[in-house]
Design a protein around this ligand. Sequence first.
Ligand code: GLU
Length: 418
Amino acid sequence: MTNEVNPFESLQEQIDDAAAFLDARPDEIERLKYPERVLETNLTVELDDGSTEVFRAYRSQFNGDRGPYKGGIRYHPGVDSAEVKALSGWMVYKCAAVGIPYGGGKGGIAVNPNDLSESELERLTRAFATELRPFIGADRDIPAPDVNTGQREMNWIKDTYETLENTTEPGVITGKAIESGGSAGRVEATGRSVMLVSREAFDYLGWDISEATVAIQGYGNAGSVAAALLDDLGANIVAVSDSSGAIHNPDGMDASAVKDHKLETGTVSGYEEATESMTNEDLLTMDVDLLVPAALENAIDERLAREVSADIIVEAANGPLTPNADEVLADSDVHVFPDILANAGGVTVSYFEWVQNRQRFHWTEQRVNDELERIITEAFEDLVDVYESADVPNFRTAMYVVAIRRVLQSARESGVWA
Ligand code: GLU
């Protein structure tokens, strides 16, 4: 993991890489590389002991050509303006890659949520919702969960917004609990698209996923669900990790039992069926068929990329590979299936949640999963079409070509005002 690579610059490099294969003017590309606006604010929160603390918070609205800004809210000490801008840009191209009618946004608070009590977290979240209120709305900007946030935080934001606006508007935010207007299948959606893209990738390459060995870096919502669903396909989950380190068993581990262990103890370490513990770096360089980075940005940099022995990487995290790592991996024929497709299940089911909220109608989990599968497999076909017809260096550039074309098309149809 490296802190030297600025994720916002990585995003811009990825856009430039794809622009070389697009028929677009430089000025058209230029505006796709910068956010339309970024809110940067202080949140002053009263702690349980009566003292107050100030937290930095952000919301970047990157591009709204294809619809309302859409993207999660992250609670992490590493949140800063560059990270939020990058993540909001990746949302633009993710929504375009899977063809859902949104632009991209992202927000975050620089905080370690483990340092706060539940009531402190609630005050922090409601303070952020109050600052966000003029910027968000079901037709304007729709937040969702991201790293260290979930249903609880989404419900607080919805409640704060609705109270201040004196209305009911569940579509202002997605990732809510079911009884507060959430969708069946939303919690599993990111992991489910990682599974679907892995399945399609193996199929496309003519390999058998039920024979595959898999290593997963990060065992949060995306990583643990992806592990369980890949396990269901017959793949062998031989190593998993979280911030405490990695565990390994060459014969495979029961993904759900590892999750139960993590829920009980707070970490994957110490899981009794593991034969060995190792570092995250050891896991990322293991000789497996499928490697799933499911933690944070920049997990694999140029140096580590030289050591990667996996055949396929499917990105569950946003931005886990640096652009230099991408080049090294393309040279060594490691097939990388990009985040903007692989983890798009989350925002796709957020879209279903928003549709259900607007219709005041509830879909079954089966319907959600069927529609998700259709959207992800169609996007995979679009990716393959470009990969086979344009002389692109890798699957990431192919997916960006698909996505940027869609954003450009919409911008061109809108024209320039004044
Ligand atoms: N935070 C998720 C992502 O990075 C989900 C965003 C959403 O549902 O709007 O894609």
